[in-house]
Design a protein around this ligand. Structure first.
Ligand code: NAD
Length: 231
């Protein structure tokens, strides 16, 4: 089976009701990155950081995968599909995708603030101050914050460099190092971007840009890829 890599950003979940960060009316209009999504914010005011992620977790439990998440599952009938997502939601998993790599962590998990390999599922929406790992340190959201290393990056880079087809969905390609993945795709393979926004041209070399929202553009692209006998 051909290896098809799907790289997703906040845009794929927008129509499920989860706001993107940089769009107008996005989350960062209401919160400042440096107050909620950095290690320094956690040191200064961990309760506020918990509150921000608790609110987002509560919202996640109320939404559902959309037609774009669901269409990607269909591709598994013909391709060896690996999703690499910048998203912290679990909508790909709930849609039924088998292989999902989260570059920036997972909202429904917590991890020890000291022992980073101690990771736990969160029951319900709330993670509280005073909840600790089995070694006694405070649990924090299992999120890669701005300024932290991206532990799965090497793995993602390796997978991407072996792609036969590459699809990018709903990402402004502004957040590095994740956005740099595109430059690691082999030359000459089919590459697509589904995003209704205006993307910096220098990111788009060799990529077919489908200017469409995810719930329309992704099912269309999936239908095309399922039919195409040359791929
Ligand atoms: P971004 O906010 O920078 O960009 C969002 C992109 O989505 C834009 O290019 C926009 O044009 C596009 N978009 C908006 N509506 C769309 C739609 N209906 N269909 C398709 N595309 C649409 O987001 P980013 O580039 O993914 O990076 C921001 C960071 O924010 C990531 O690290 C990610 O972890 C995090 N984030 C995650 C979630 C989530 O888990 N759902 C939500 C917001 C932000």
């Amino acid at each position: 089976m051909k290896k098809l890599i799907v790289f997703t950003g906040a845009g794929i979940s927008a129509e499920s009701g989860i706001k993107t960060f940089r769009d107008k009316d996005g989350l960062w209009e209401q919160y400042r990155i440096e107050d909620v999504a950095t290690p320094e914010a956690w040191e200064r005011n961990p309760a506020y950081v918990q509150e921000f992620y608790n609110f987002r977790r509560k919202q996640l439990l109320e939404v559902k995968p959309n037609a774009a998440h669901l269409a990607l599952v269909e591709l598994e009938k013909k391709y060896d599909v690996q999703i690499i997502t910048q998203n912290i939601d679990d909508l790909h998993e709930r849609a039924g995708s088998q292989k999902v790599l989260h570059l920036h962590g997972e909202l429904l998990k917590s991890r020890s603030s000291i022992h980073k390999d101690h990771i736990y599922p969160i029951q319900g929406w709330e993670l509280k101050m005073g909840e600790v790992c089995e070694l006694g340190s405070q649990l924090r959201p299992h999120i890669v914050w701005f300024g932290e290393l991206v532990p799965e990056m090497e793995n993602a880079a390796n997978i991407t460099s072996h792609a036969d087809v590459f699809i990018c969905i709903g990402t402004s390609l502004n957040v590095y190092p994740a956005a740099g993945l595109i430059s690691l795709t082999p030359d000459g393979i089919p590459k697509y971007l589904v995003d209704p926004g205006t993307i910096d041209q220098h990111h788009l070399k060799g990529i077919e840009h489908l200017h469409n929202k995810a719930t329309e553009g992704v099912p269309e692209l999936v239908a095309l890829l399922m039919k195409d006998e040359n791929i």
